[in-house]
Design a protein around this ligand. Sequence first.
Ligand code: UDP
Length: 366
Amino acid sequence: MKILLCFGTRPEAIKMAPVFHKLKDKGFEVKICVTAQHREMLDQVLLFFEIKPDYDLNLMKSDQTLNGLSASILEGIDSVLVAEKPDLILVHGDTTTSSMVALAGFNRNINVGHIEAGLRTYNKTAPFPEEINRQITSRLADLHFTPTLQASQNLINEGVLKETIFQTGNTVIDALFWTLKKIEKPDFDFSEIKILKEKIDQNKKIILVTGHRRENFGTGFQNICEAILQLAKREDVQIVYPVHLNPNVKKIVEEKLSRNKNILLVNPVSYPAFVWLMQQSFLIMTDSGGIQEEAPSLGKPVIVTRTVSERPEGVIAGYSKLVGHNQEMIIESVIDLIENFKGFENIANPYGNGDASEQIVNALLK
Ligand code: UDP
């Protein structure tokens, strides 16, 4: 069976890497096409996970609209489908790449498998492109690999056939465990981590921050930065913030936070360096989906700078807390953790245990 994996962003690449390697191990013919919706951040991941794409559509442009990007993906992927004639396309998650590649596959009568299927907020008003991307992909896909029971249930409620749903866990946990093993090895290149180590005061409680969501552009990021400035006044904390390259994020964050000695702003770091940072942190403040999934495996609490999450499992289990971009809520929640957090008793991760890619490949073998 010839399988084409298509993805374009950093988180998709992290979550597809274990699937790619597992498919190769089991003898599938695998081709990779990247749209490069995120250029530099995608390349960092490809390098670390030793993935060389067969096709690189290189579609990232400055000031790109979602419609412009969608059109370019549809057109770009079509020639790859014609050239490769895969038996199955695998897409991931909720990006414009996932929904448009699934549509291109459907139009060419090629089966589509959706990894990390079934996540929902049911809020599809702008600016939530992720939700509509997920829903479009679910309507088009033939196979649905879900991370949790809730995700499977969402699909069943929408009328997706049970026989096409495979609950596998999330492949990000596979990637995380693989990386933890790799950074323990003596031959691992620690240069990036060494530089970070020199800049961080590890005697303080590290608050690791990231953010990239469209719903927080403008006022959201302004408020989050204000809250961070207040928290940075505490002597016992150090803020470490790898800033997303999207200009809508980078501009505000750098303007507001770059002159504070207790706040370390850095460019996005490689995946192993980020995993190391998560390990060193006391808590993580983020709007990221992937980080909400990874943090429970590392026993780290997450303050989620969103009012809604398509990942309710972590919130219900107490690993993460939704605070939106309300300054008081953010500050209160962080201080509460600093003063009262004693660690998680049960750190079973609701998003998986590291064998999701194996389960996906087994389902395909059947
Ligand atoms: N990540 C990384 N470097 C960084 C920040 C994050 O490798 O500087 C990883 C993180 O561990 C997680 C993924 O990127 O696996 C999350 O990506 P992002 O937050 O951009 O997207 P989302 O998960 O919200 O789709």
